[in-house]
Design a protein around this ligand. Sequence first.
Ligand SMILES: C[S@@+](CC[C@H](N)C(=O)[O-])C[C@H]1O[C@@H](n2cnc3c(N)ncnc32)[C@H](O)[C@@H]1O
Length: 298
Amino acid sequence: MRKLVHLASWFLGAKFLGRQAPLQTVLFINNQCNLACRHCNIYRRDSHLTKSYETIREELAYAHSLGSRFVDFEGGEPMLWRDGTHDLNSLIRLAKSVGFYSATVTTNAQLPFQGCEADSIWVSLDGAAGGHDLIRGEGAFERLVKNIAECGHPRLSVNMVINRLNYGEVRGTIEFAAANPRIKSISLNFHTPFPGTEELFLDWETRRRVIDEIIELKKSGLPIMNSVSGLNLMKGEDYVKRCWVTNFIMPDGSRFPECQGKSAGVCDRCGFCMAGEMHSVFSFKPDTILAGLKLRMG
Ligand SMILES: C[S@@+](CC[C@H](N)C(=O)[O-])C[C@H]1O[C@@H](n2cnc3c(N)ncnc32)[C@H](O)[C@@H]1O
């Protein structure tokens, strides 16, 4: 109920009073990673940054003071995070004690994560027939499948980022997710060409074809999180983006009121599904509002 009231007042304030407060925070707790994915510009193999428990406490309090009530812990690889006796579960409990309604984790699932106390877990899955390992390194898919099978978490979804290397595997990846009893749903994003990863950007014509295929699969009943309205918007870049819905706190502690796509100058090639989903929510598209409520309230 608390969540619903907060969501309603946040939406009404944003829609009718022009308030721009974040609903959710992406908090990077490290940049250390156990993979070196070809599409990623966050991880560092050399000079690692790992935040302390106290720093994360301050950053959570700051995000909460802005109005954010949903936090996603990201990295690097969040499952690697430790500070003395504190581990990732300590951060999830900390977020709740600060006042967040839910704490989620985005992971590459290369380490076992039984007992993870996150409200939901997002596992990054970039293919089911070789594409995943091509992007993330040999053996990554096999470890992911094993760790998902053993995790026992009731609210696990996967997130695919579609690029020039894996666009031919979209159907197979969605079918893989649908057939895996541990996976609740799949969300589909496109590669956003941050500096150094431009060559993976998928041309617009292919993107439109892939989106039509995703919509067809969604209509056939497969568990795709994206709404049809949001997917249709992602076929082009000509819509208002409300990226202030999420604020970002980076591994080095820098704080951004919105996605760093803006400072990187890549919003015209944005592939993050939340951009389209948020536009559709603010345009009162019922399918997107339902998908959003399912995500936040489920
Ligand atoms: C930076 S990773 C960190 C968390 C974790 N190590 C993982 O692999 O899921 C978080 C998410 O960002 C996605 N991502 C990385 N680079 C991207 C890009 N250029 N465009 C879109 N999504 C990207 C990843 O696929 C992953 O789902």
